[in-house]
Design a protein around this ligand. Structure first.
Ligand code: FPP
Length: 245
């Protein structure tokens, strides 16, 4: 008689990625499949983010950076931009309920100058409300672009150089890293992009130099804790050499 061996995937608790980036893609397709407006997909996507952040916090991930609105997303129809901004506003305003009892620290990364006063106030509120927490850091990338972030860092360096605060020799990779939005969080270990697209779309370009990439054919609103576990198990099976042999 043959017994099927049941293979249970086990997370290695000693090799949990410290920082995971997520491109929350496929919300529109998820909604279309159900005959719903795209905004319904984004709403469901926001719920998924909450669920995944709670799971990551539980297993010991230190930081999640989630791509919520790119510098290119302003080119979407105004109705969709407005719906996304409303959703983000609610998410930030309700930060107490969203992450009650989780100790999550919420931060926003990206260029805030193009965001409305209302959104900026909600960001200040959410960041202030969670700043003394000690759990996972959730970076919500808002009006974020990797190239814009690197350009901004170059301008800051040029400015410091022209004022004589630094010399040319001070412009090292470490120095430039200290000018990025991610200066106070661990190195990026893993980027997850669901929905079947195989590109980075201007997300964490500087930080992804040695990150592992994980793609799956699942729309973000359907992404589950099991999928996250699978991504981490795959990550743990990889041999990260950082350019060495
Ligand atoms: C990409 O899917 C997703 C976005 C541009 C927005 C992501 C935003 C959320 C998940 C919700 C807001 C986040 C927070 C933190 C409240 P898409 O619309 O391009 O999907 P498609 O490729 O299937 O059309």
């Amino acid at each position: 008689m043959l017994f099927k061996k049941s293979r249970t995937i086990q997370l290695d608790k000693d090799n949990i990625p410290k920082h995971i980036g997520i491109i929350m893609d496929g919300n529109g397709r998820w909604a279309k499949k159900r005959g719903l407006p795209r905004s319904a997909g984004h709403r469901m996507g926001a719920e998924t983010l909450k669920k995944i952040v709670v799971y990551c916090n539980k297993i010991g991930v230190k930081c999640v950076t989630a791509y919520a609105f790119s510098t290119e997303n302003w080119n979407r129809p105004q109705k969709e931009v407005d719906a996304l901004m409303d959703l983000l506003y609610m998410y930030l305003q309700q930060v107490e309920e969203q992450f009650a009892g989780t100790n999550v620290i919420l931060r926003v990364i990206g260029d805030r100058s193009r965001l409305s006063d209302k959104i900026n106030k909600a960001i200040d509120y959410a960041e202030d409300y969670t700043k003394n927490n000690t759990g996972l850091i959730l970076n919500v990338a808002l009006n974020y672009g990797g190239r814009a972030e690197i350009t901004e860092a170059a301008k800051l360096a040029a400015n410091a150089l022209s004022k004589g605060e630094i010399s040319e020799a001070d412009i090292t990779e470490e120095y430039l890293s200290s000018l990025m939005y991610t200066k106070n969080v661990p190195e990026l270990d893993l980027i997850i992009r669901p929905s079947g697209e195989l590109r980075l779309s201007n997300f964490l370009l500087w930080q992804s130099a040695y990150a592992e990439l994980w793609f799956a054919d699942i729309n973000w609103p359907d992404f589950s804790e099991k999928d996250m576990e699978k991504a981490i198990v795959d990550y743990q099976a990889r041999n990260r050499r950082f350019g060495k042999v």
